[in-house]
Design a protein around this ligand. Structure first.
Ligand code: MGD
Ligand code: MGD
Ligand code: MO
Length: 628
């Protein structure tokens, strides 16, 4: 379909792409055709190949598509269908200019589909909402920052403003942003992570002392079994399918636990493996597929532990070694006996009822775990987005701890994050519940007094805006009005604000849900050259496996009137905090300076610049993944 046909097709389907039965493997020829179509749609066929060859290379830019790590020996095409689309989407030559805004009211734009809005192309100039004409009109950068300062200065207290972050912001942008917001005086940091892997971060912090996974890509090379709980790599992390395919090819077990049969977990045809493409073959991915009830994972994992416990008793009674890693448990854990007592109290009937698995299937699943000396547990939204998501995560950790399978090569915990730097943003201090240690360190390095009161996350921010307690909303990326729960209530809440500000690459619905005053501030994307006083700058990101590496764009910016995210944050800080001792603009001359300050605040970032400029970057140390 060409562009106009596709628009027509979408219009005819009320703005939704039609879902049709799909009988082919995930990936493969279908994926490549789709990539070609998207490059064409965005008018970058010529430019596209150069852009894509740079993706996820040591000297290129980090793929904005997702947070799955890159292989160290990546060949020239280490990107996937989605990554290619995400890049095509950003590197498009289509633009939304002030002239476009002059011809279209916000009411008219609001009637268009989400796809239509983003498909308009890249934002080229800062604009301000004009209620009289119901249109966005151009504003200079200086005036935009002045307007933000005016609104923030008239608040009764800093907690009347909230500062959202979407997980694409770089470490450098996120670090400056949290420093600005804390210098201003609030911890109101709603974050896309609140809707995503929050339960992972909270649950793992309880279970292993740090809210992050414990494995690296190399662990997948030696694992006996990969357990995939509630995530769908086929559409969401396609590069992960390459990793799973390798495991499958060398005879490793892949076990999916998912109420729905996801095509990507069943079969995968790798567009980067020529032989499979020529023969139209595909590698089976999951050897075993268990389909619990939605929300049944906690009961399922409890059942696995109950089986292990029964087998353990039998083993001990007949003089065989324990099923559990007793030594590891004694040295590294607390509360094991209490957990076993709780498991013994739980009836099998309840476990079957709540998990939705038959006794035979549950026993088979527990056996597979027992037989695997090195297991990796991967998980996504099927585990985290539940009321009992944190308890689910505790249970994942409990199973591995009971078998001593954390900190051992080929074994451990692997949350599969979404946005490409959502983990890094948290590491940089984007957190509405900051630890005293973080605040003390920031205060020591910068001589400020960070607020000690906890701030608002996403849900509290929406409530506070609805009740008129938060009056200014500033978003560093994202699509708050759509991504958050209870859309109509959220949109009503945003409209009550005195000012809404969105830093963005593309137009989306949130920009059309305006406060009394509203700004859209266009920023550079990952693929673009970020030229500052000391030359082109690189930013850094942290992937799902705690690897930190640099990313630098190669394309010319889409417009001369857009700024980098760190620059926008720094200029906003200058305007809002004229008496600040922090040299905001000086940081922008060279991002190495931001990284030096990050190293001063966070011990694990020691020698940041030295280490991050090495090809592939470095791995953040983590006590739970020290191999023993
Ligand atoms: N194309 C594309 N890719 C993306 C994104 C995007 O918007 N578009 N977003 C990115 C982001 S931010 C994220 S967080 C990731 C999300 O990626 P995923 O973590 O894969 O999330 P979902 O797509 O919601 O898929 C959830 C899976 O869990 C299963 N499931 C549902 N309920 C349960 C349950 O109770 N138990 C179990 N065991 N399984 C269950 C569903 O069948 C589904 O397969 O994707 C990232 N990648
Ligand atoms: N119904 C429903 N709601 C969900 C989910 C779901 O599966 N279903 N998933 C939840 C999850 S897991 C998450 S993580 C959240 C995501 O929530 P958000 O992060 O708020 O939403 P996104 O849709 O990822 O944001 C996309 C927008 O980010 C902007 N953007 C893209 N690249 C850049 C960049 O480099 N810089 C800047 N400044 N802006 C950029 C573009 O303007 C684009 O329109 O949504 C949550 N909400
Ligand atoms: Mo997410």
């Amino acid at each position: 379909m060409d562009n106009s046909e596709e628009q027509k097709h979408i219009q005819e389907n009320n703005g939704f792409a039609r879902i049709e039965p799909y009988t082919h493997p995930a990936g493969g020829w279908g994926a490549l055709l789709s990539v070609a179509r998207n490059l064409k749609r965005q008018d970058i066929l010529g430019k596209g190949s150069i852009t894509l060859l740079n993706i996820n290379q040591p000297t290129g830019f980090d793929c904005p598509g997702c947070a799955w790590p890159e292989k160290k020996d990546a060949h020239a095409f280490n990107f996937c269908e989605n990554g290619a689309k995400a890049v095509a989407f950003e590197a498009t030559s289509k633009t939304v200019t002030p002239e476009y805004f002059a011809g279209h009211t916000v009411s008219w734009l609001s009637e268009q589909s989400d796809f239509f809005l983003e498909d308009l192309g890249r934002l080229t100039d800062p604009v301000r909402y004009d209620a009289a004409t119901d249109k966005y009109v151009p504003i200079s950068w200086d005036d935009a920052f002045k307007l933000i300062a005016q609104h923030l200065h008239v608040l009764d207290n800093p907690d009347q403003a909230a500062f959202y972050t979407s997980g694409r912001a770089s470490n450098e942008a996120a670090f400056l942003y949290q420093l600005f917001v804390r210098s201003f005086g609030t911890n109101n940091f709603p974050d896309c992570s609140n809707m995503c892997h929050e339960t992972t971060s909270v649950g793992l912090l309880d279970s292993i002392g740090l809210g992050k996974g414990t494995v690296t890509l190399e662990d997948f090379d030696v694992a006996d079994a990969i357990f995939s709980f509630g995530h769908n790599p086929g559409t969401n992390h396609p590069r992960m399918l390459g990793t799973l395919r390798e495991v499958s090819k060398r005879g490793g077990n892949i076990i999916a636990i998912n109420p729905i049969k996801e095509r990507g977990l069943e079969r995968f045809q790798d567009p980067q493996a020529p032989l499979e493409m020529m023969t139209n073959g595909s590698t089976p991915i999951s050897r075993y597929y268990f389909q619990p009830k939605i929300g049944g994972d906690y009961a399922l994992m409890l059942g696995m532990l109950k089986h292990l416990n029964e087998w353990d008793k039998k083993a001990l009674a007949s003089g065989k070694p324990s099923v559990f890693d007793r030594n590891f448990i004694a040295v590294n854990t607390v509360g094991f006996d209490e957990m076993i007592a709780e498991i013994e109290r739980t009836e099998w009937a309840d476990i079957y009822k709540h998990s939705g698995l038959s006794p035979e299937h549950l026993e088979k699943l527990a056996k597979l775990f027992l037989e695997s000396e090195r297991s990796i547990f991967c998980w996504g939204m099927g585990i985290t987005q539940h009321r009992h998501g944190t308890a689910n995560v505790h249970m994942l950790a409990n199973l591995l701890l009971a078998r001593g399978q954390i900190g051992r090569p080929g074994a451990g915990l692997c949350p599969v994050r979404g946005h490409s730097n959502v983990q890094g943003d948290r590491t940089m201090g984007i957190n509405e519940l900051p630890s005293p240690k973080l605040l003390d360190n920031i205060d020591r390095v910068f001589g400020i007094k960070s607020p000690r009161k906890n701030g608002h996350g996403v849900v509290e921010t929406i409530k506070a805006m609805a009740e008129g307690e938060v009056k200014v909303f500033i978003g560093l990326g994202g699509n708050f009005a759509v991504a958050t729960p209870d859309t109509s209530y959220t949109q009503e809440a945003l409209r009550k604000c005195n000012l809404t500000v969105h830093v963005a690459t593309k137009l989306n619905r949130s920009h059309l849900v305006c406060g009394k005053d509203a700004l859209i501030l266009p920023c550079l994307g990952r693929t673009e050259i970020d030229e500052q006083l000391h030359g082109p700058q690189a930013i850094s990101v942290e992937d799902s496996m705690s690897n930190i590496h640099l990313s630098a764009g190669r394309n010319a910016p889409i417009s001369e009137n857009i700024l980098s995210e760190p620059d926008i944050v720094a200029r906003m800080a200058e305007a809002v905090l004229p008496d600040s001792q922090i040299k905001w603009k000086w940081y922008i001359e060279s991002y190495d300076r931001i990284r030096d300050s990050i190293a001063d605040v966070f011990d694990e970032f020691h020698d940041f610049n030295l280490r991050v400029y090495k090809p592939g970057g470095f791995h953040l140390e983590h006590p739970a993944n020290q191999h023993i």
